[in-house]
Write a new protein. Structure first.
Length: 160
């Protein structure tokens, strides 16, 4: 199996059905890499970026701090998302995000209210937001890859 692909069941929609219209050229490259049941890292990173951008509190994907992190393919790149192959059939994702400062304050205030109400210590607000981002990434890739991601490492690079 080539390094830049992951197996996808044949019954799933084609890569072009799960990727925006801006990526048909990339889909052709993925088809050249192997049989029709393989998906390129670029396609995986694109789907993950779309799902993560839609997660609550995420303003945008960060290109990385201090160095650029990206997944490359078809003369393009998806900055801020890195697809890692732990084994030939097991993937991990690295996602760099910029969060809404206002959303973080709202979540912090809600956590403080809940802890005061229940007499418990508050949890990690940024940890909770990172968990939601992980859930978004898993959900966004459910129809793109055959097995779930082994892990999603979330890096909060900035607040705006």
């Amino acid at each position: 199996m080539p390094h830049a692909t992951v197996t996808r069941p044949a019954a799933r929609p084609t890569a072009s059905a799960s990727v925006s219209a801006a990526a048909p050229r990339e889909t052709a490259i993925a088809a050249e890499e192997g049989p029709a049941n393989h998906v390129s890292d670029f396609t995986i990173a694109t789907a993950a970026a779309e799902a993560i951008r839609a997660a609550p509190g995420v303003v945008n994907i960060s290109p990385g701090v201090p160095a650029l992190v990206a997944t490359y393919g078809a003369g393009k790149r998806v900055a801020g998302i890195v697809v890692r192959h732990l084994t030939p059939d097991q993937l991990a994702l690295e996602a760099h995000v910029v969060l809404s400062e206002a959303y973080c304050h709202e979540m912090s205030a809600a956590a403080a209210t809940d802890s005061a109400r229940h007499g418990t210590e508050g949890g990690s607000v940024l940890g909770d937001i990172a968990d939601r981002i992980r859930e978004a990434a898993h959900g966004g890739l459910r129809d793109t890859i055959s097995s779930p991601l082994a892990r999603v490492d979330v890096y909060i690079d900035d607040l705006r």
